[in-house]
Design a protein around this ligand. Structure first.
Ligand SMILES: O=c1ccn([C@@H]2O[C@H](COP(=O)(O)O)[C@@H](O)[C@H]2O)c(=O)[nH]1
Length: 266
């Protein structure tokens, strides 16, 4: 099975669209893991134990795993999530010339899917697109305030915005059914517009929780007609119990709350 079939099966069997972000910010780690070997991994292990029943997938962001210990923590985290049958999207936003992209794509030896930056064009994505059994999510309309700086520029020759063009192109380049889009919940009208352009592409929707995005729009437009799509929350889950001794239980409760809230709109 390919990534999106696995993801669809997980969404259905666990009745959840929640993508739990795993961004173990060293400045925010609880005291009881700070002195452990590989604190980021110890933190993630307890977060996974507490949240996996509500998780459609996990999304570690590569930025939080820089350095030798970070990569070890990431490898342990991915293996542990797989041990719980939960797919993993590596949020690495890769994109480079083909020769370099081939090396970047080796991250897919461990992870099930990856985020990519389509700015350098098709050849920069080809090493990812060719991994038929793996998923790629291309940045389309991101959730941050500066997302509009380039993504909302009008392309005169196409009479559409850049983010719309990215959605159209990615749908065209999806030869193996392994392409999805990153579209933020902070811009509900644009989320709706991208769904119109690319009805069959699953979305990874960040921006709910700490960024205050629109949960209802994330559910309504984040899924394909077949119900495939996930909504990410990171700090809103993993740091829900910051300062509490039972911080992992608090994370589990936050993941469950988000699952139930998303399910109200499904
Ligand atoms: O448009 C985008 C693309 C990626 N992200 C990433 O998702 C999480 C969001 O974290 P929160 O704590 O839920 O805000 C983080 O890893 C971002 O780098 C995004 O927010 N928006």
């Amino acid at each position: 099975m390919g990534f999106f079939e696995d993801l669809a099966a997980r969404i259905d069997s666990r009745d959840t669209m929640v993508c739990v972000g795993l961004d173990p910010d060293p400045d925010r780690l609880p005291e009881d893991v700070r002195d452990a070997e590989l604190p980021r991994w110890q933190f993630n292990r307890r977060i996974i134990d507490a949240t996996h029943e509500c998780a459609a997938c996990y999304k570690p962001n590569a930025a939080f795993y820089e350095g030798a210990d970070g990569w070890r923590a990431l490898a342990e985290t991915i293996a542990y999530a797989h041990g719980k049958d939960v797919p993993v999207i590596l949020d690495a936003k890769r994109g480079d010339i083909g020769n370099t992209a081939r090396q970047y794509a080796s991250a897919l030896d461990r992870a099930d899917a990856i985020t990519v930056n389509p700015y350098m064009g098709r050849d920069s994505l080809q090493p990812f697109l060719s991994r038929e059994e793996k998923g790629i999510f291309a940045l389309c309309r991101t959730s941050n305030p500066g997302g509009k700086d380039f993504q909302n520029l009008e392309l005169a020759s196409y009479d559409e915005y850049l983010y719309e063009h990215v959605a159209r192109r990615m749908a065209e380049w999806d030869e193996h059914g392994n392409v999805g889009l990153v579209v933020g919940a902070t811009r509900p009208e644009e989320l709706e517009r991208v769904r119109e352009i690319a009805p069959d592409l699953p979305f990874l929707v960040p921006g709910v929780g700490a960024q205050g995005g629109d949960v209802e729009a994330a559910v309504e437009h984040g899924r394909t007609a077949a119900g495939v799509g996930v909504v990410n929350s990171t700090r809103g889950i993993i740091f829900a119990g910051e300062e509490r001794e039972d911080w992992d239980r608090a994370a589990g409760a936050a993941a469950k709350r988000l699952r139930d809230r998303l399910n109200e709109y499904r």
